[in-house]
Design a protein around this ligand. Structure first.
Ligand code: GDP
Ligand code: GDP
Length: 454
């Protein structure tokens, strides 16, 4: 299509329509007419959500951005929720369930003037199953008398009811404080966080060329005491320039003094390697491309994956590899490294300088994957489609279902799948593979744990 004047028309990406970003999501759930829209208006502080005075009026799941005391979050308004509802109500119910699944905190809204109904009690069961923090909002508590009435809502078993008048604003400050308290911790990775150089470990068995590669950078090496705002550099580390960027090369002393070799024992060398990996964010494992991958190489790779560090594998001495052999070597390497197909691989030569300039981009890519956070809404949209297309195989007449997923952390990305039962190891690997296909994570391990519902 190049130069042919084509304008490529694409389906808009779902993620673009979900302004949830990395910020936490608060879903507002409750029967029709309890005042959800009015409450959302109150929380976002502007008259934007349309309030319809007709019971059961369908609204689409609409996310709004909200702020309180310096924290941002997304509020998702939902239509009413009625269990076993038909047609339109069923659609609303499905929406509310999705909202709950994708939320970090749920506001369950009840009408204080009406008290709790059967529908409310059924909703409470659904909310309990979701294992999400739930804040019970006793809305329409317009005066002290109704506020007192609202205490009877303790009987719902959701803890303390928050009496609020969404219409008049009464109690909304306390409610917002409670929301903030229930929100997950602010994400560990904050954009523009001032930070020091990234920590990289250069590891590999003796004679693969670590010192030689280090010498490629040593021209730009600075004093160990070089101070970078707010960071301390371990005395055995160095600040080196790789690709125009300053990196903290962990345990450079070990590389230079060749402690491993001097001490003569593989044991101490291996301890030192493990220590460097642990201290680093990303590891460059150097292999000798002119020799087969050894058990010791594999052990070092395992150290990196088990420590959960980002990984770049550099095949050094590529200058010694015959052009004819390169193709077969690549296949061989694929086989040897099939348990870590996601590692970034480089073929370089410390001696000739071949591809050495590819190291910094590879490190940055691996680190970016390592710190990727997928918005909960996007993750679950993807998961719902995946599970629909390829459900878990039936075992003994039953198949566990994946209810929803959350990303529990970054560096490396960690996911929790909430399920109705334990998953087959094969299916779990399938989910991991698909997760990687969708979200990348090139150069980073990821962890998936399964939490079957009790
Ligand atoms: P939703 O269907 O749950 O979203 O409910 P709405 O926000 O559309 O509100 C339903 C009706 O309850 C509207 O007439 C609102 O004006 C009214 N309402 C909402 N909040 C309050 C409140 O705090 N006090 C009183 N008295 N009425 C309210
Ligand atoms: P270390 O023990 O991992 O630090 O390895 P060294 O840097 O001491 O290198 C071991 C040997 O491999 C030395 O003789 C180096 O000259 C040689 N060497 C290192 N890199 C290369 C390379 O890219 N190509 C070739 N042909 N030899 C290399």
């Amino acid at each position: 299509s190049e130069g042919a004047g084509w304008v490529e028309l694409r389906e808009p990406d779902v993620i673009l329509e979900e302004p949830t970003g990395p910020q936490p999501v608060v879903a507002v759930v409750g029967r029709p007419n309890v005042g959800k829209s009015t409450l959302v208006n109150r929380i976002i502080g502007r008259r934007q959500a349309v309030v319809e005075d007709v019971p059961g009026v369908t609204r689409d799941r609409v996310p709004y951005d909200a702020q309180w005391n310096g924290r941002s979050f997304t509020v998702v308004d939902t239509g009413g929720w009625e269990p076993d509802a038909k047609d339109r109500a069923a659609a609303i119910a499905a929406q509310a369930e999705t909202a709950v699944v994708t939320a970090d905190v749920v506001l369950f809204v009840v009408d204080s003037m009406v008290g709790s109904t059967d529908v409310d009690e059924a909703a409470v069961k659904m909310l309990r199953r979701s294992a999400k923090p739930v804040i019970l909002v006793a809305n329409k508590a317009d005066n002290t008398a109704i506020e007192m009435e609202a205490t009877s809502l303790w009987s719902l078993g959701l803890g303390e009811p928050f009496p609020v008048s969404a219409l008049h604003g009464r109690g909304s400050g306390d409610l917002l404080d409670a929301i903030l308290a229930a929100l997950p911790e602010a994400p560990a990775i904050v954009e523009n966080r001032p930070r020091g150089p990234r920590r990289v470990a250069l590891v590999g068995r003796p004679n693969v060329g670590k010192s030689s590669l280090l010498n490629r950078f040593s021209g730009e090496e600075r004093a160990v005491v070089d101070s970078v705002a707010g960071t301390t550099v371990d005395p055995v580390d160095s600040l080196v320039d790789i690709g125009g960027q300053t990196w903290q090369l962990v345990d450079t002393a070990g590389l230079r003094k060749r402690v491993g070799k001097a001490s003569g024992t593989e044991y101490y060398a291996s301890l030192r390697t493990a220590g460097a990996i642990e201290a680093a964010e990303v590891a460059v494992v150097l292999l000798d491309a002119s020799e087969p991958i050894s058990e010791q190489d594999q052990r070092i790779l395992t150290m990196v994956t088990e420590a959960g560090r980002a990984l770049v594998i550099a095949f050094n001495k590529w200058d010694l590899v015959d052009a004819d052999r390169r193709y077969y070597l690549d296949k061989e390497i694929d086989r040897e490294l099939r348990r870590i197909p996601w590692a970034i691989r480089l073929n370089l030569s410390a001696m000739t300088g071949r591809a050495v300039d590819k190291l910094a981009p590879a490190l940055n890519k691996a680190l970016a994957s390592w710190e990727t956070r997928v918005p909960t809404a996007h993750l679950n949209q993807w998961l719902t489609a995946l599970v629909q297309a390829t459900p878990h195989p039936v075992r003994g007449g039953r198949a566990p279902r994946i209810l929803f997923a959350t990303q529990a952390g970054v560096a490396p990305p960690r996911f929790v799948l909430f399920t109705t039962g334990p998953l087959d190891a094969g299916y779990q690997r399938f989910v991991e593979r698909k997760l990687r296909e969708e979200f990348g994570y090139e150069g980073s391990p990821i962890e998936i744990s399964v939490r079957p519902r009790k």
